[in-house]
Write a protein that binds this ligand. Structure first.
Ligand SMILES: [Zn+2]
Length: 263
């Protein structure tokens, strides 16, 4: 926030009094910081987190480079984003049902995705505490945004970051929040959703076990579960998605320490 406050001509004193914002990333999968003259705004018809005249705009991976706009009560405000090419990731799975599920599994998968979407659409009134810290440390084995192929079949791009660690490694909440829900899902395995406020949600997948229950308040750095390989996983790792207004975005914009982890 300090860098942006200075750019906007505000004093350092007032910058320190405001919330920290994510690092801007004006590219598909990133987060745009757009100065506006109102305290509310929408993008793609979704309400945005607005802090001190800055709209924090999540940019879907499918968004094209060029000019876009946020809508405010005082009119539209344009901003531009650059293109970004994400590399491919090819994954070999021994269980073909994890690539092409059976029809009876599809029913379960649809119900599970509806449940998870409802959590991603949660929008609480408290302001996120940023920056986030790392939930675990380990090598990054799957970067955010990669175009993915399972057994050579194209699937959705990677919606989070994979960090490898031994089964049982403790996972800590990257910032304050409330446990929205826990589940044991076909693809994601044992999963925890944490609400960080203003539509900012974390999802932690493939856990071996939980350390929290729904509704529980968490402070930054509090234990929430343990690394595992449940669901669609080729080995023990944490999949961590960061979502804003139900758009999955680059976690490193919220947790700068991710840049310290080596692939
Ligand atoms: Zn993953």
């Amino acid at each position: 926030m300090i860098r942006f406050a200075l750019a906007l001509g505000l004093s350092l004193f007032s910058a320190l009094a405001t919330a920290e914002l994510p690092t801007p990333g004006h590219f598909p999968g990133g987060v745009a910081l757009v100065p506006i003259n109102t305290d509310s705004a929408r993008f793609n018809d979704k309400p945005l987190w607005v802090d001190e005249g800055i709209a924090i705009v999540p940019l879907p991976l499918s968004l094209s480079a060029g000019t876009h706009q946020v809508n405010t009560p005082a009119g539209a405000v344009a901003f531009t984003i650059d293109g970004r090419s994400y590399p491919e990731q090819r994954i070999r799975l021994n269980n073909p049902k994890m690539v092409t599920p059976d029809p009876d599994h599809l029913k379960r998968i649809r119900a599970e995705s509806a449940e998870q979407r409802a959590w991603y659409e949660q929008r609480s009134d408290f302001t996120p505490r940023l920056p986030m810290v790392l939930p675990i440390r380990g090598p990054i084995t799957g970067a955010f945004g990669r175009k993915r192929f399972f057994n050579d079949q194209p699937r959705a791009p990677h919606s989070g970051v994979d960090i490898a660690a031994p089964t049982g490694t403790q996972i800590f909440s990257p910032t304050d929040g409330v446990v929205l829900g826990i589940g044991d899902y076909y693809f994601n395995g044992k999963t925890v959703f944490v609400d960080h406020g203003r539509g900012l949600i974390s999802m932690f997948c493939h856990l071996s076990d939980f350390a929290v229950s729904p509704g529980q308040r968490l402070v930054q750095g509090e234990l929430l579960g343990y690394v595992g390989a449940t669901g669609r996983a080729t080995g023990p790792h944490l999949h961590w998605s960061v979502s804003l207004s139900n758009v999955r975005v680059e976690p490193a914009l919220f947790a700068p320490e991710l840049a310290d982890l080596n692939p």
